[in-house]
Design a protein around this ligand. Structure first.
Ligand code: G4P
Length: 529
């Protein structure tokens, strides 16, 4: 198979949802279809169970599982599918945002009873900003939930999407009879709560035929006819280009647990989902078909085994072929590196591979060379864009609790920040270090890992900060900027890249500061050039 064929047969995507909507269950069913796993229950949920949030062993277990499920690859009908795992827990949302920079499309899972939930809104917003093609799967149709039209409406309103259903449920909950597949024009009848894969697809070329009445009963058949007429009247026709451009989102209905509606989703997905997309670098747009290899680091994972201190850096291949033992340029360090044991990922294992293609993810063993966002190339000096940091939600001073171990503490903090576990700010006024995180859970992870991986001890002290804003001065030499720096000196810090950050202590003070110094722009995201 040629290089271009290899690219064209790859589909790299992520599944996003609010916790409990059914992401893990759907992932597992997709793997079953691909023959990548033999039985249900093989994919472990990587979510932190409720009530276990302060259990260190649980955190460690979670970290172990999330390495195992970081990338799940399998073959289906000649396509190579790479599912990138996205943590559902909101404390790890930043991790998910970063993973979204490495996907070519996304499947959004929504619970039919709960509808659009908070985490889904946030994640979809990020996908929308990046024009990532999205497909929606409405799950748990075996349960009572919202009316299909009401849900489609909610998806449009709350998520700002333009939808078109490609399947439609026949009944729901106790009365759930099956799915009409608009895409393939056939019916799949639900054969009960067996949780087995019983597929009974019946071709329906003419909806008005009495066959439909015989299959699902006259009342249901009439309702379905009316509903499908409505669908045709209200929603735009499916258009692959619009979907791939991120302006139209097809919707499927089903029940992941009962393996119902999943095959329809997957069969359509492999036909319509985009192949690896071009990616913008600061210098130019890089096309996957370019001969020279380029790629970037979107995730770093520390080794759980304390005897092996190395980390695994996850690289998304953007263009060219990645070859084992070939010298590649680490652009930020301007240094050539060779990798003798790049890992490729499969459903339940990782293996050393000689060659990987655009769309694939390789895991590289790293002893501290990489940080999130780093670019690798065959020699060209380019930098991929788009792994910004968002303002953290929680802020605490970090103190050294063992003066004999300050070197270890600094090294540990430095490496954990490069992994993207949290953000470090150094106060301008007194050099004190502040850790900012998306969720409170990260503080425990950091403390635990500093102690177990670096032999350092830390304590925290609360700091009242509402938001961190990256500062951009219209004119760094003007009087207003000097005054801002003088008056707000107590609230200024530098992030790890040396960018100036304003730590606003309340929404009110943030607003006042913006009014008083209009030429000083305050950004909630680190990347604004
Ligand atoms: P997540 O990864 O999005 O957090 O969700 P996950 O797949 O773990 O599913 C959350 C719960 O919803 C699980 O139940 C799962 O069995 C259930 N579920 C998933 N899909 C369906 C479906 O189509 N219908 C119904 N009725 N339930 C579904 P749990 O009790 O929390 O976990 P478990 O003990 O079953 O593993």
């Amino acid at each position: 198979m040629g290089f271009i064929d290899e690219i064209n047969r790859r589909r790299t995507f992520g599944i996003v949802s609010h916790p409990d909507a059914g992401k893990t269950t759907l992932t597992e069913k997709l793997l079953l279809f691909g023959g990548a796993i033999q039985e249900a229950g093989a994919v472990k949920s990587n979510k932190i169970k409720k009530g276990a949030t302060s259990d260190f062993m649980e955190i460690e277990r979670q970290r172990g599982i999330s390495v195992a499920t970081s990338v799940l690859a399998f073959e289906y009908q000649g396509t190579k599918i790479n599912i990138l795992d996205t943590p559902g827990h909101k404390d790890f949302a930043e991790d998910t945002f970063r993973t979204l920079t490495a996907v070519d499309s996304v499947i959004v899972v929504i619970d039919v009873a709960k509808g659009v939930e908070e985490q889904t809104e946030k994640l979809v917003e990020v996908c929308r900003m990046r024009n990532i093609p999205m497909l929606v799967f409405i799950n748990k149709l075996d349960r009572e939930g919202k009316d299909a039209f009401e849900l489609l409406d909610e998806v449009e309103q709350k998520l700002g999407l333009k939808v078109t259903p490609l399947s439609f449920p026949i009944g729901m909950g106790y009365d759930f009879k099956g799915i009409y597949n608009i895409w393939e024009k056939n019916i799949n009848l639900f054969s009960g709560y067996s949780r087995k894969n019983i597929e009974e697809t019946i071709e329906i070329s003419d909806l008005s035929s009495s066959e439909l009445d015989e299959l699902i009963g006259a009342t249901s058949a009439d309702t379905l006819r009316e509903e499908l007429e409505l669908v045709e009247g209200i929603y735009p026709k499916f258009d692959k280009d619009a979907y791939q451009a991120g302006t139209l989102q097809p919707v499927f209905f089903g029940s992941a647990l009962n393996n119902f509606g999943v095959r329809e989703l997957l069969d359509c997905f492999v036909k319509i989902a985009p192949t690896p997309r071009p990616k913008q670098s600061e210098e130019r747009l890089i096309d996957p078909t370019e001969k020279n290899f380029t790629g970037f680091v979107f995730k770093i994972h520390a080794n759980m085994d304390p005897k092996h201190r190395d980390r695994l850096a996850f690289i998304k291949i953007v263009s060219g072929e990645f070859k084992r033992n070939a010298p590649y340029l680490h652009v930020r360090h301007n240094k050539k590196l060779k990798f003798s044991s790049p890992n490729a990922f499969f459903a339940e294992k990782k293996e050393i591979v000689d060659i990987s293609y655009p769309g694939d993810i390789v895991g590289l063993h790293d002893t501290g060379n990489f940080k999130i966002g780093d670019t690798l190339t065959e020699g060209e000096s380019i930098n991929f864009r788009g792994i910004p940091s968002f303002s953290p939600e929680h802020f605490r001073y970090i103190n050294n609790a063992d003066p004999m171990k300050s070197k270890q503490l600094f090294k540990g903090i430095d490496q954990l920040m490069d992994e993207g576990v949290a953000q470090l700010f150094t106060l301008e006024m007194n050099g004190r270090k502040v850790i900012g995180t998306v969720g409170a859970l990260q503080y425990e992870v950091i403390q635990y890992r500093l102690e177990h991986e670096y032999g350092a001890k830390c304590t925290y002290e609360n700091l009242n900060v509402h938001k961190a804003c990256w500062v951009e001065a219209e004119d760094p030499k003007n009087e207003e900027f000097s005054e801002f720096k003088r008056v707000k000196a107590k609230f200024l810090a530098k992030d790890k890249q040396g960018q100036l950050v304003f730590l606003a202590d309340s929404a009110f003070s943030l607003q006042m500061t913006q009014q008083k110094y209009p030429s000083v722009k305050l950004h909630f995201v680190s990347e604004f050039q």
